[in-house]
Design a protein around this ligand. Structure first.
Ligand code: SF4
Ligand code: SF4
Length: 439
């Protein structure tokens, strides 16, 4: 089986070992040892939280290089709705999509249209599956991975509908081949312009189908200035738009939920808040809600780590788009809603079992609890692990020592110094003290 691809990596040269990132990671996937951070890949969900947290920019979100467009005879750009809000309002959505064509893409398909399709399919699915509410949105790949790694009991609530990106890629390719007879599907490269690193991971390791329809992911940062240059010289933009405001507002948190027929919805952003809501859901405290929209990034995709514009500025621009864009341009056609359901289902990722052998795993768990009892339970992070419990887990896994805890180390040094003084006769031993007392 191919190794799981992670888009978030560490640039070791830049890491100062400050430990700022270890406590922000929602899956406790980071440790700092020997002055450098390390990501435990099996636990990382590529949420990008550490990219935002690191003051030294040592955590990096990898995406594809624009050069890979050359591998295809024809290319299609899939702009995320977030892309529009990166630019001053004098540049309309028509300007942005036309500039993408000027950059060399043969066609543009708005992911906002894919979002409108997902909304239509979700409305239908919810009507037919009321017994399974609340459902959890499957649009944010980091959230899906969080469910797999930390909340497996909630996986049956995951909305089994492909992401707007995948649906857009599928429809864009089909449409392009239909409009250009003779073009083979394999000759067409479809590229997503992304605000977030988790999409890159989602394309390389798709959860809802065996192979992604997307051939590459470019960060918004990597195309931002190129598009700006094209737009500055653009006189008459083409009208290539497919989506209305209903799809465009998916860019920010609340956009997906507000587009649905039901308004008994909960929208939560920021990975730590998502964790808290899922904990409540696990405790059966949110049974009266129909739908949960959850985004790993604060503010939704507008707050993604690969964006350029400040979240609050971008959010204001989105509101301005509402005033100038119809809610929908065209109703979703039945053929657009075909093949939108998951083809494969995300499975539980067991990242907590301590050993493949069950008896050994139980023994190790017992040992882990004993070690944890010996630790001060301050969760100070000085050992390089985010909590005392995480350090005990690392110790039984053979990845750390109990003396990595500064408090344990200090006590051990004290004990050693005392023993040496007793040996040198500079201090009475406990037994000689007892004797003295008896006499
Ligand atoms: S936040 Fe983490 S990755 Fe960044 S410098 Fe500190 S320890 Fe290194
Ligand atoms: S991307 Fe998210 S899960 Fe992965 S190491 Fe960073 S904070 Fe942790």
């Amino acid at each position: 089986m191919a190794a799981y691809y992670h888009s978030i990596v560490l640039d070791e040269k830049l890491c100062m070992g400050c430990t700022n990132c270890i406590k922000r990671c929602p899956t406790e996937a980071i440790r700092v040892h020997d002055g450098k951070a390390r990501i435990f890949n099996e636990k990382c969900i590529d949420c990008g939280e550490c990219v935002r947290t690191c003051p030294y920019h040592a955590k990096v979100a990898q995406t594809d290089s624009l050069d890979i467009m050359a591998n295809y005879k024809y290319t299609i750009a899939l702009p995320a709705p977030t892309l529009y809000m990166q630019y001053d309002l004098k540049f309309t959505r028509q300007h942005v999509v036309t500039a993408l064509k000027m950059l060399g893409f043969d066609a543009v398909y708005e992911v906002a249209r894919g979002a409108e399709i997902v909304t239509a399919v979700t409305d239908q699915y919810m009507e037919e599956h009321r017994e399974n509410l609340p459902l959890i949105s499957s649009a944010c790949p980091a959230v899906v991975r969080l469910l797999q790694a930390r909340f497996p009991s909630l996986l049956p609530r995951l909305l089994p509908i492909k992401s707007p990106m995948e649906i857009s890629a599928m429809n864009a390719r089909k449409e392009f081949c239909q409009q250009n007879p003779g073009v083979k599907s394999s000759e067409v490269g479809v590229f997503f312009i992304s605000p977030c690193a988790a999409k890159m991971t989602g394309v390389r390791n798709p959860i809802e189908l065996k192979k992604s329809n997307v051939n590459g992911v470019f960060s918004i940062k990597s195309v931002y200035f190129k598009l700006l240059k094209q737009m500055s010289k653009l006189k008459e933009p083409e009208d290539l738009l497919k989506a209305g405001y209903k799809g465009v507002r998916w860019a920010s948190i609340g956009g997906e939920a507000r587009a649905l027929k039901t308004q008994n919805v909960l929208s939560v952003d920021g990975i730590q808040n998502v964790v808290r809501i899922f904990e409540q859901l696990e405790d059966d405290k949110l049974d009266d809600v129909d739908f949960i929209e959850a985004c790993a990034c604060t503010g939704g995709c507008l707050g993604g780590p690969l964006t350029v514009e400040n979240l609050y500025v971008a959010r204001n621009r989105q509101r301005q788009h509402r005033d100038t864009t119809p809610t929908i341009l065209e109703p979703v056609a039945p053929e657009e809603m075909e093949n939108c359901m998951f083809e494969t289902y995300p499975q539980y990722l067991d990242v907590t079992t301590l050993d493949a052998d069950r008896t050994e795993a139980i023994k190790k768990l017992r040992r882990m609890n004993e070690i944890c009892e010996e630790l001060p339970k301050l969760d100070c992070g000085a050992c390089g692990a985010p909590s005392c419990r995480a350090l005990s887990e690392d110790i039984v896994r053979g990845k750390a020592n109990v003396t990595d805890c500064v408090f344990v180390l200090r006590q051990k040094v004290r004990d050693l110094a005392r023993e040496m003084m007793i040996l040198e006769g500079l201090m009475p031993s406990d037994s000689s003290k007892e004797k003295e007392n008896e006499e």
